[in-house]
Ligand binder design. Structure first.
Ligand code: AMP
Length: 285
């Protein structure tokens, strides 16, 4: 059992901690999360420990990335459990800001990453990535990390953040972490808790469909339409899930590709009754 991380909720205290840490000559790695932590999040924290002297994790269910009617109010929250888990993996500070301090009533600035935020999940969640880009910009400004770790699970989010860091000259290095899966292949997600037992069984189809496309790809298939139809045919078996998209896109621009001639992202989203699941795989020729 390691030391419990220090809990900070005021923005000024978080800034003071970062300034003090840098003043001591230490580097900071940062892992932003919305809590309800699982092994996927913890893998990011472990990775972060190898990239800097100190690790800060934020837990903030960001209201601006949820549309009205989405699961903001039902998003799982369990701070005591989260901090106990973080104590085991070497986190030094947990930043838990309040929504009222992050978004005062007269807040009016948003970050939009044109071209990337409209694609894939952006089609059905038009304001989502602007909410993500805005909160991540704010957190970078408050925490001042040297390195920040994000999961490949949210591949579009990663592309958006890499672009905003580049475009806005944010002095932080982005490290990407592989997807952590349950033993049956389902990508770990805080939202899996909102699946019914029947839906949880069907959730296996997401990874199964991606694996089938990977197999066809390793057998030489390079046509994006064919690869997408392999995925789509397997997802079509689902009774409870509604396929939102199956896309084969460039990893950086998220633009559709016709043929896989360089590494591409094969990404899917499936909506269930109370949870929308995303998953992806990278195909490298
Ligand atoms: P969230 O709490 O869902 O906002 O996720 C916080 C961070 O954890 C993001 O960088 C996610 O991509 C990452 N993450 C979530 N689930 C997984 C997973 N199964 N494997 C790897 N990283 C993940």
């Amino acid at each position: 059992m390691k030391n419990h991380p220090v809990q900070i909720s005021a923005i000024r205290d978080m800034r003071d901690w970062s300034a003090r840490t840098h003043g001591e000559g230490c580097t900071i790695a940062f892992v932003p999360t919305m809590g309800a932590l699982h092994e996927g999040h913890l893998s990011l924290v472990r990775l972060a420990c190898g990239h800097a002297d100190r690790v800060a994790v934020s837990i903030f269910v960001n209201p601006t990335q949820f549309a009205p009617g989405e699961d903001y109010s039902t998003y799982p929250r369990d701070l005591d459990r989260d901090t106990a888990l973080l104590a085991e993996v070497g986190c030094n500070v947990v930043f838990i800001p309040s929504a009222s301090e992050i978004y005062p009533p007269d807040f009016s600035t948003n970050v939009t990453v044109g071209g990337l935020t409209e694609r894939l999940c952006g089609k059905s969640r038009p304001d989502h990535f602007s909410g993500v880009a805005t909160i991540v910009t704010k957190l970078f400004s408050i925490v001042s990390p040297d390195v920040a770790v994000f999961g490949m699970k949210d591949a579009q989010q990663l592309a958006v953040i890499k672009r905003l860091v580049r475009d806005l000259h944010v002095p932080v290095r982005i490290v990407e972490a592989p997807i952590v899966r349950e033993s049956d292949g389902v990508a770990m997600s805080s939202r899996n808790a909102n699946l019914t037992p029947d839906e949880r069984v069907e959730a296996k189809l997401l990874n199964k469909s991606l694996q089938a496309a990977r197999k066809a790809f390793s057998d030489g298939e390079r046509d994006a339409r064919q690869l997408k139809s392999i995925v789509g045919d397997i997802l079509a078996v689902s009774t409870f899930g509604r396929v939102d998209y199956v896309e084969c896109v460039d990893r950086e621009t998220l633009k559709n590709v016709d043929e896989v001639v360089k590494p591409v992202l094969l990404a899917i989203a499936v909506g269930f009754s109370r949870a929308r699941l995303i998953d992806n795989t990278v195909l490298k020729p």
